[in-house]
Design a protein around this ligand. Structure first.
Ligand code: 2NL
Length: 358
């Protein structure tokens, strides 16, 4: 039988002589691997008498522990030497110029929503959100939109299939109003919310996209009247377009969910093909509004004799195009990075907001 002391001394010598982490690993496999030398020695135990096997087995286990310990120590020493070498060789030149970061831009839709939140936030509004997939009740019925209304037609609205057992179909919300319906049904007034978000209509041309963004606002309190509506929306228009004396006019209109209803125009001039907001003799329509219809309040479980309110709605792409001079609606959704670098905003740019209160 081999003398284990000699074997051990030989291995330890080889381990000490290994010149690299790779050589060390090679050695580990040669000694301890599946076909290794120590493994071979262990296999001979089976042929020994029981007494001999016990002593020889114990000696081989001790040898294995010694070799493993030596391999571990040698590996740690190699790693440390390699690190020391790298630290000695590698230099950081702290005087080099900073690498230019590829900085992103905030999309004009996001920027405009941030501005809306800042402006209405100053007036006490919070943001509400809701599902894009709605049911007939929240999108149409509760809003006093009659069955024969064009908005309910197959042609204008994205209906989801298949129908439920009762024949009803879900719809992609055609406006953000269902969120206001849900809010009125769930919370006790006073309510002061804006609802920015995606809306969907089956419409696609130079000025219409099947997906677009809307912001609607809703105020429900006791004794709210048309004066509050006008003050709030005049303040909004002047702040958003950043023109202190911006002319604002309210024109009678019709929506099924408000009574009375109005459309809001701002003063502008269209000279030489250009559009200038806040000056001149022309008018530009920018939003719709009205006092919430008593039937809509009742549909949401509110007593119209106790609570009144006003609501408004506008297209986010439209007001962004007007404010930032973006000529084509379709470019909003093309994800063209050159467009985004041109029309986008830096992340830390503050939303335009009055410097304090007026
Ligand atoms: C427009 C006009 C409007 C509303 C939206 C509304 C919502 C509820 C109740 C009453 Cl829950 N009204 N929303 C009211 C008037 C006008 O939007 O031209 N949008 C693009």
């Amino acid at each position: 039988m081999e003398n284990l002391d000699a074997v051990r001394d030989d291995w330890l010598r080889q381990i000490a002589a290994a010149g690299s982490a790779d050589a060390l690993e090679q050695l580990r496999v040669t000694i301890l691997g599946r076909n290794g030398q120590l493994t071979a020695l262990l296999k001979t135990l089976g042929g020994l008498a029981p007494d001999e096997r016990k002593t020889r087995g114990a000696a081989l286990n001790a040898l294995k522990a010694t070799v493993e310990e030596a391999l571990g120590a040698a590996k740690r020493s190699h790693d440390r030497a390699a690190l020391d070498q790298r630290l000695k060789e590698e230099r950081i030149d702290v005087t080099l110029p900073v690498k230019a970061e590829i900085d992103g831009r905030v999309h004009p839709i996001s920027q405009t929503i941030d501005e809306l939140i800042a402006i209405f936030g100053e007036m006490g509004f919070t943001v509400a959100e809701g599902p894009h997939i709605e049911d007939d009740f929240h999108n149409f019925t509760a809003l006093n939109i009659p069955a024969e209304h064009p908005a309910r037609q197959e042609h204008d609205t994205f209906y989801l299939t298949p129908r439920a057992a009762d024949g009803s179909r879900k719809v992609l919300r055609t406006h953000t109003s269902p969120v206001q319906i849900r809010t009125m049904m769930e919370t006790k007034p006073p309510i002061r919310i804006i609802v920015p978000g995606r809306t969907f209509r089956s419409d696609h041309d130079a000025t219409h996209s099947p997906m677009f963004h809307q912001v609607e606002g809703l105020v429900i309190e006791k004794n709210i009247h048309m004066g509050h509506l006008k003050g709030c929306l005049i303040e909004f228009c002047r702040t958003f377009f950043d023109v202190d004396d911006l002319p604002v006019r309210f024109r009678p209109s019709y929506f099924p969910f408000t009574e009375p209803s109005a459309e809001v125009d701002i003063g502008c001039s269209r000279e030489g093909g250009g559009l200038k907001i806040g000056a001149g003799a022309d008018w530009l329509e920018i939003l719709g509004c009205g006092m919430v219809h008593p039937k809509v309040l009742a549909n949401c479980g509110l007593d119209p004799a106790e609570y009144q309110g006003f609501a408004f709605g506008m297209g986010i792409e439209r007001i962004a195009m007007l404010k930032y001079g973006i000529p084509d609606l379709r470019t909003f959704y093309e994800s063209d990075l050159r467009w985004l670098r041109h029309y986008g905003f830096l992340p830390l740019e503050q939303p335009s907001l009055v410097s304090g209160t007026r």
